[in-house]
Structures are given as structure tokens and as C-alpha cells.
Ligand binder design. Structure first.
Ligand code: 5GP
Ligand code: ZN
Length: 118
């Protein structure tokens, strides 16, 4: 069972911010911003390449509710979905990073200088 499935099953503890029947939002263990939440479907989906349209539709109001609860709706935030090796995905269970609470740098979550790509 993957790491995030273990969090869904409460086999590994997590600081849960919001939960419904289909989705879970919990604090990242290694936060890169004052607010850094991971949003996952409770069912195991390896990544964005595998996600169905209904799950994407349903996750939208869940994240919108989450950012209201976190009080970052008006100040702004960033949603990041890392995909595969080049995308920097380390946990193979679909997740969205929700980053906020401060003005974010361009390279949040990246280990490379964007100038390297020019
Ligand atoms: P990825 O690089 O796959 O997009 O992001 C995985 C994220 O999961 C990382 O930001 C990492 O800090 C977080 N993470 C890894 N293991 C755990 C854990 O056991 N608990 C929590 N809450 N976050 C984790
Ligand atoms: Zn999983």
C-alpha cells in the first residue's frame, strides 16, 4: 500500500485539515510555505495521467472549500501537481500541493534555477 493510502487508512498519522467522502487534505510534513497542504483522492490514483474527469470535477469544490477554511482565498495561493520523474513526483498517489500564506517565489518546490532552462 502506498504512503498516502496509509494516511487515508489512518495507519500513518497526518495533520488533517479537511476531509469528505472522496478527498483528504492534510499538512505537508516538510512545508515549503506558511500554508502547505496536500490534497488527495481517497482512492488510489497513481498520478495525473491516470485521473478520470469526474475526480477532477469533484476535487475542484473541495479545494475551493479548503482555501476558504485556510483563509487564503483572497490573498492567493498556488496549486501544483507534480507528474512523473521530470515533474518531480515522489509519491505515486495523485496529489495537489496548495501553497500560500506568503508571496511565493517562482521556484517553490523546484530544485533548479529557472535560468538553467534558458
Ligand atoms: P511530490 O514531490 O510527490 O509532489 O510531493 C510529495 C510531498 O509529500 C512532499 O512535499 C513531502 O514533503 C510530502 N510527504 C512525504 N511523506 C510525507 C508524510 O509521511 N506525511 C506528510 N504529511 N507529507 C509527506
Ligand atoms: Zn495510494
Amino acid at each position: 500500500m502506498c504512503l498516502f493510502c496509509k494516511i487515508v487508512n489512518k495507519e500513518i498519522p497526518a495533520n488533517i485539515e479537511l476531509e469528505d467522502e472522496n478527498f483528504l487534505a492534510f499538512h505537508d510534513i516538510n512545508p515549503k510555505a506558511p500554508v502547505h497542504i496536500l490534497v488527495i483522492p481517497k482512492k488510489h490514483i497513481a498520478g495525473f495521467n491516470e485521473v478520470d474527469a469526474q475526480t477532477m470535477a469533484d476535487i475542484t469544490p473541495f479545494i475551493q472549500t479548503l482555501v476558504k477554511k485556510l483563509d487564503i482565498k483572497q490573498s492567493g495561493y498556488r496549486l501544483i501537481c507534480n507528474i512523473g520523474e521530470n515533474g518531480g513526483q515522489e509519491v505515486m498517489h495523485l496529489h495537489w500541493h496548495v501553497l500560500g500564506g506568503a508571496k511565493l517565489k517562482f521556484d517553490h518546490l523546484s530544485d533548479a534555477d529557472p535560468k538553467d532552462f534558458l
